[in-house]
Design a protein around this ligand. Structure first.
Ligand SMILES: Nc1ncnc2c1ncn2[C@@H]1O[C@H](COP(=O)(O)OP(=O)(O)OP(=O)(O)O)[C@@H](O)[C@H]1O
Ligand SMILES: [Mg+2]
Length: 404
């Protein structure tokens, strides 16, 4: 392949529907035909650090490295330059890939050929391309103009990929939100908390009070007391109501999937993880995360959740990158969490973190006067659902319900 053909091949990949990985792999492959390197790597700039995102010819652990630019004189020269840099073969500066060549780990200690292209998009440095060859004069004949063109294309490639990833991420976030909103709509049939007894009035007041803060809320109460309704009410009355409330049922997922549901995962983290996926915690950032049946959360997932709540920091399963996520937490359970703590099924530190503002939802037996009201409410729901005319509750039926 000639240099021109290579440039054309890379340019036409720019618009092809390829995964990020495939895109970068093809870029390095095309370059190898005209820049006879033994090893090359493409790095993305993240703050002060160059993170390798694709490489060829380097040992497996190279991809795990993070190169702090100010500790790597060669990378520093590349990043400060506006154009490609060809280092003299006897250059005394240490090579960041010294020891990382797959074939011969000592090769880059000796005199060798080395070049680097800073990747600029307009005035912003977004990464760097580096190439090394053991034979010192391997790169001598490569015209600088060609390297410039390659640098511009690699930068465009990385920029495009980054934009696509950001779009996919946002589309995925919206997909997840849409799913939870559908659930909201299905449940919308009953979002009002019915009840006029003192116990319910007190609960309503507490809900209003805590809703305005960002405190974690722990909703306690027996089965069927309406804990989910309370959670929705807290979110709806909070400053976050314009953002969605995401729902996780901690009892519904097997132990090995709950972490991924909460924190997301990266591709390849486990069998079946075919693509990067954001977790509910991340998606709920800015909004609320409702952790239903928190008492059923497996012990193994509890430390991670504690950390996420304490520091607002999460890591997707299989990734070491820390992501900030600001989700307001509401948790609910029908279990006696203190008892669970005593019996070693729930971590005490997590319990205390969640128990900042407990809301106890009283069972109907403590507020029998709400029974006729609720019965009427449910009658009406059923009537509308079935498309019937007016339905009336016989006094004897109400009396029977009260006795129950
Ligand atoms: N005070 C109430 N006003 C209106 N509807 C209510 C009230 N209490 C309960 N409900 C209705 O009863 C049903 C059960 O409530 P919900 O699912 O919120 O219970 P829960 O406390 O989450 O129970 P579990 O612990 O079993 O999950 C829902 O359909 C809910 O709409
Ligand atoms: Mg429930």
């Amino acid at each position: 392949m000639t240099q021109l053909e290579t440039v054309v091949a890379i340019a036409s990949d720019l618009t092809a529907a390829l995964s990020a990985e495939e895109r970068y792999r093809r870029l390095l492959e095309a370059l190898r035909r005209v820049i006879p390197f033994d090893a090359a790597a493409l790095h993305r700039l993240e703050g002060e650090v160059l993170v390798p995102i694709a490489s060829t010819g380097l040992s497996a652990d190279a991809m795990g490295r993070r190169f702090l630019i100010k500790e790597q004189p060669r990378l520093e020269v590349i990043c400060r330059s506006s154009e490609p840099v060809l280092f003299p073969s006897d250059c005394a500066l240490p090579d960041p890939f010294d020891g990382l060549l797959a074939e011969d780990s000592g090769a880059f200690k000796r005199i060798h050929a080395c070049l680097g292209c800073p990747l600029w998009v307009r005035d912003e440095l977004i990464g760097a391309l580096t190439a090394d060859a053991a034979e010192p004069h391997r790169f001598d004949h490569i015209p600088k103009d060609f390297l410039k063109a390659v640098g511009a294309l690699a930068a465009a490639e990385m920029h495009t990929t980054h934009l696509i990833e950001a779009l996919e991420h946002s589309a995925q976030r919206h997909g997840l939100i849409a799913k939870d909103l559908m659930r909201d709509v299905q449940l919308r049939q009953g979002t009002d908390l019915i009840g006029t007894t003192l116990a319910m009035e007190r609960l309503r007041r507490d809900i209003e009070l805590v809703a305005r803060s960002d405190y974690t809320v722990l909703i306690l109460g027996e089965t069927g007391t309406g804990k989910e309704l309370v959670a929705r009410a807290v979110h709806a009355l909070s400053g976050r109501s314009a953002e969605p409330m995401l729902y996780v049922n901690c009892a519904a997922l097997p132990e090995n999937l709950i972490e991924s549901e909460l924190f997301g995962h990266v591709r390849g983290a486990f069998t079946g993880a075919t693509a990067d996926r954001a977790g509910k915690f991340e998606v709920a950032s800015g909004g609320t995360l409702f952790l239903d049946e928190i008492g059923d959360l497996p012990l193994s997932a509890q430390p991670k959740l504690l950390r996420a709540i304490q520091y607002g920091e999460i890591q997707r399963v299989g990734s070491d990158k820390v992501i900030k996520a600001d989700a307001r937490i509401i948790a609910a359970t029908n279990r006696d969490l203190e008892q669970e703590v005593r019996e070693g099924r729930f971590r005490a530190d997590l319990f205390h973190r969640l128990n900042v503002f407990p809301l106890r939802v009283p069972p109907l037996r403590e507020r029998p006067d709400d029974i006729p009201l609720l019965a009427g409410y449910f009658c009406d729901l059923a009537r509308r659902g079935l498309g019937l005319g007016p339905v009336r509750l016989e006094p004897t039926a109400v009396a029977a319900l009260k006795r129950y």
